[in-house]
Design a protein around this ligand. Structure first.
Ligand code: DAK
Length: 258
């Protein structure tokens, strides 16, 4: 399928989605969201695809929501159609993992989109920020919440209140990104990590994603209880028998997703 604002390619069991509005530094408008929702739905529905990488250009992952689209919009134009609620729908509907591979600017909605990923891989050129305050507004796609959980109150508050950007090294130190790689190696590294994930047992992959995400929504004791129950559930899967048998027999496991 062809998309107006995305380039979508399959690399084996990995879907690579590239934001493609170079003249607007990949600013997120209604068309980008519609395209992303469709591309993620296609990825989720395709049993042959196990992990997705979302990236932008060398200069910008995404420089935010499209300011030119938003400038004339008031309460009715946003609250009426519940502008950008599609990102929540997209997240809820995606049970398979996806990685944000960020090079250059990830600002405002761009930073928020990257933080929706299961993890962020950053080029050494990456710059993260929530500069909405400089436009007279505030984050609206989870930035104040996810950034605070990722880097803590002090840095999140400072970034939201001043609009300053955080470079890749600071972002890694603060826990916002999993790893920094040279910009020229970003896509190659992201695809390799995604291929590793896609090559593992799909039930275990889904369970691990669900478990880590549960840590953000539950108390510690409830989370640990949920984890133990999930572990028991996985014990009933063929893939768990196969994984352990393969270890004992010193061979590669053959996953069935059952
Ligand atoms: N929107 C629209 N166009 C943008 C853009 C943006 N966010 N960012 C850049 N562009 C466009 C520029 O206007 C310019 O277009 P032309 O003037 O050439 O037509 C082109 O991209 C190149 O940009 P620059 O000439 O500015 O490039 P520089 O290298 O000089 O600067 C920059 C790069 C990233 C520092 C700068 O472009 C910049 O500051 N951009 C804006 C960053 C920003 O403020 N982002 C936050 C946007 S507000 C919502 C939920 C969430 C949100 C909204 C609603 N709901 C729940 C309803 C999110 C809001 C935001 O993200």
């Amino acid at each position: 399928m062809a998309y107006e604002t995305l380039i979508v390619e399959q690399h084996g069991a990995v879907t690579l989605v590239t934001l493609n509005r170079p003249k607007a530094l990949n600013a997120l408008n209604a068309q980008v969201l519609a395209d992303l929702e469709a591309a993620f739905a296609a990825f989720e529905a395709d049993a042959g695809q196990g992990c997705l990488v979302l990236t932008g250009s060398e200069k910008a992952f995404a420089a935010g929501a499209d300011i030119k689209e938003m400038q004339p919009q008031g309460f009715a134009e946003m609250y009426g159609p519940d502008k950008f609620a599609g990102y929540d729908r997209m997240l809820r509907a995606t049970s398979k993992p996806w990685i944000a591979a960020v090079s250059g600017y990830a600002l405002g909605g761009g930073c928020e989109l990257a933080m929706m990923a299961d993890y962020i891989l950053a080029a050494d050129t990456a710059k993260f920020g929530q500069p909405e305050i400089t436009l007279g507004t505030a984050p609206g796609m989870g930035g104040s919440q996810r950034l605070t959980r990722a880097v803590g109150k002090a840095k999140a508050m400072q970034m939201c209140l001043t609009g300053r950007m955080m470079g890749a090294e600071e972002a890694e130190r603060a826990g916002l990104v999993a790893e920094i790689v040279p910009a020229a190696k970003l896509i190659e590294t992201a695809l390799a990590q995604a291929a590793t994930i896609a090559g593992l047992g799909p039930l275990a992959v889904k369970a691990n994603k669900e478990l880590v995400n549960a840590a953000f929504e539950t108390s510690l004791s409830e989370g640990v209880r949920f984890e133990r129950r999930m572990f028991f559930g996985l014990a009933a899967s063929q893939d768990k028998q196969e994984g352990m048998a393969a270890f004992i027999e010193k061979r590669k496991p053959s996953w069935t997703g059952k």
